[in-house]
Design a protein around this ligand. Structure first.
Ligand code: SAH
Ligand code: SF4
Length: 378
């Protein structure tokens, strides 16, 4: 992303921060709100085109502020209508954004980090390692760009009706830059989506789930993937810091703050690892009677992975078992796999990776103890 060092990039600034900028110039706060509407609702980024902003304001805006979008490096279109953009994120690196059109809605899956440090065993982003957090401008810019580039719906609304933080990175690990974007997504002055249509997916950084509930309680999806600590420690290493019981406690507290709206639990179906009837029953024990939905995700393979996708029959039986025992369970349809845009296939381009202490711990642990992952022979 290129930016003029001396100018302030207004993209991604929270309403509060933008109001502060106007107040610092002796202007009324509502001027900031007018500017937000120009940028996010009308897609106008040239200050001189903002007709209700005074000439004096435009002068200091032109001198001191700018609107810098992340640069689009490429766009790929899938045969099923899914679109993937690569956004340049400096030093030859890139992050990915995916648009998934469905009847009645269009979901944009956005990235929050260049790579990810949390090192989940089955994830292409995790396998790339971590480079850096995206700025609020780089995160909001993905949404702004998609809305401006995609044709509007028949009803005149933007093509993007839902936004999910399910691209590259762990959004709660970049809390400081993600929260202002969440607020813009649900602000009537900016992207104007309802909280139900904005979903943050996390592998389970418990203290930040608690904080998020106070700061901006959008819909929450939690990458559970295993219903016992022994297995989850292996495939979702953050579980060693925040085990399942504490994670679920935070989830129920989060749901309670939203009038017990459901938390979605993502569960990637890995052949012979977490997909037996006993695993389904374990999941039922954890979630019965709670505001929980389960979303099964067929594993999407990527080069070098040790895992395989559970068969269609196994996934169907697993889902049926959950439903028979009273859980709400769906299976995510795989979209965009011809352009490597399916869940967990987003690798972007990550170089100069920095290993997290957690990642190093995992590697050390691997040397000293036998893996708990038991895969059935294929
Ligand atoms: N870091 C966040 C959000 C990004 S990943 C998180 O982990 O929740 C979005 C979802 O895709 C998560 O549920 C993640 O576990 C899942 N996922 C990762 N790799 C996958 C793969 N190879 N196949 C299917 N789903 C995968
Ligand atoms: Fe990171 Fe999520 Fe991938 Fe885990 S699944 S490595 S938290 S992006």
């Amino acid at each position: 992303m290129s930016s003029t060092a001396s100018k302030l990039n207004l993209l991604g600034l929270s309403q509060d921060d933008l109001e502060q900028v106007f107040v610092a110039h002796g202007e009324k706060r509502f001027r900031a709100r007018q500017l937000m509407q120009w940028i996010y609702q009308r897609g106008v980024t040239c200050f001189d085109d903002m007709t209700d902003i005074s000439k004096t304001s435009r002068e200091w805006l032109n001198a001191e502020a700018e609107f810098v979008l992340p640069r689009v490096q490429s766009r790929h279109d899938s045969v099923d209508g899914t679109i993937k953009w690569l956004f340049a994120s400096g030093s030859g690196q890139a992050v990915e954004t995916v648009f998934i059109p469905e009847s009645g809605r269009g979901t944009l899956c956005i990235s929050s980090q260049v790579g990810c440090a949390l090192d989940c065993a089955f994830c292409a982003t995790g396998a790339q390692g971590f480079n850096r957090n995206l700025s609020s401008a780089e995160i909001a810019g993905q949404v702004w760009h998609a809305i401006q580039e995609l044709p509007r719906r028949d009803n005149g609304e933007p093509a993007v009706t839902n936004v999910v933080f399910m691209g590259m990175g762990e959004p709660l690990a970049n809390y400081r830059n993600v929260v202002p974007v969440l607020k813009l997504l649900v602000s009537d002055l900016a992207f104007g989506l309802s909280r139900r249509r904005v979903t943050l997916s996390t592998s389970g950084i418990v203290p930040l789930i608690e904080k998020l509930g106070d700061d901006c309680n959008v819909s929450l999806a939690v990458s559970l993937h295993a219903a016992n600590d022994e297995l989850r420690d292996e495939i979702v290493p953050i579980n060693r810091l925040h085990p399942i019981a504490t994670l679920l406690e935070a989830c129920w507290a989060y749901a309670a703050k939203q009038a017990n709206r459901f938390i979605t639990f993502e569960y990637v179906m890995l052949r012979g690892v977490n997909d037996s009837r006993a695993h389904a029953d374990e999941l039922v024990e954890l979630l019965t009677g709670k505001p929980a939905k389960v979303n099964l995700i067929p594993f999407n393979p990527f080069p070098g992975t040790q895992f395989k996708r559970s068969s269609a029959d196994t996934i169907r039986h697993f889902q049926t078992r959950l439903r028979q025992r009273g859980l709400v369970a769906t299976t995510r349809k795989t979209r965009g796999d011809d352009i490597d845009a399916a869940c967990g296939q987003l690798a972007g381009k990550v170089s100069d990776r920095v290993r997290s202490p957690l990642g190093q711990k995992k590697i050390a642990d691997k040397k000293s103890r036998k893996s708990n992952i038991r895969m059935a022979s294929a």
